[in-house]
Write a protein that binds this ligand. Sequence first.
Ligand code: AIR
Length: 179
Amino acid sequence: MKKQILNYGFFKNMFFVSMKKNKKVAIIMGSQSDYSTMKNCEQILKRLKVNFETKIISAHRTPDRMYRFAKLASKNNFSVIVAGAGGSAHLPGMIASMTIIPVVGVPIESKKLKGLDSLLSIVQMPKGVPVGTVAIAETGAFNAGLLAASIISLSDSKVKKNLENWRKSQSINVKKKPK
Ligand code: AIR
């Protein structure tokens, strides 16, 4: 009986250790129309072998979904949240207000103001609730993925190695002379 209890404890610990190791990034966005931009984030995370889940959550159209997601984000094993939104882009800031998981905001390029509205909505957070904000559109989404991987690499040596290799290959691919 005692042995069985010990075994149970061992497997339970192993389970939690492997759960902790399985770090995930949440990629969330305000609308289906943001997906073509946010795919750039998925692309680099796939390349770096970082686990992620992608969801549509709108701060204005699905506020309950946003609340539930933010409140359960830690329990659901997310280590970083990348949130893309356009126009009056409140999603990253609202999520950041409900969790201490790092939030990276991606300003989506809007039709009317070319994403300047999104950028200012995301970057101008009040003191006390930070959102790490990247560049407008595809470049920002890609860099958000890199930044998320960087954060995860602090406690995941495989992701760290993948990131270092990616940086090296980026440097190698820059030609010394223009053609
Ligand atoms: N949006 C959706 N809910 C709240 C906001 N701010 C944003 C989306 C998208 C833009 O509104 O993130 O960039 C336009 O969405 P749609 O669905 O009209 O194309």
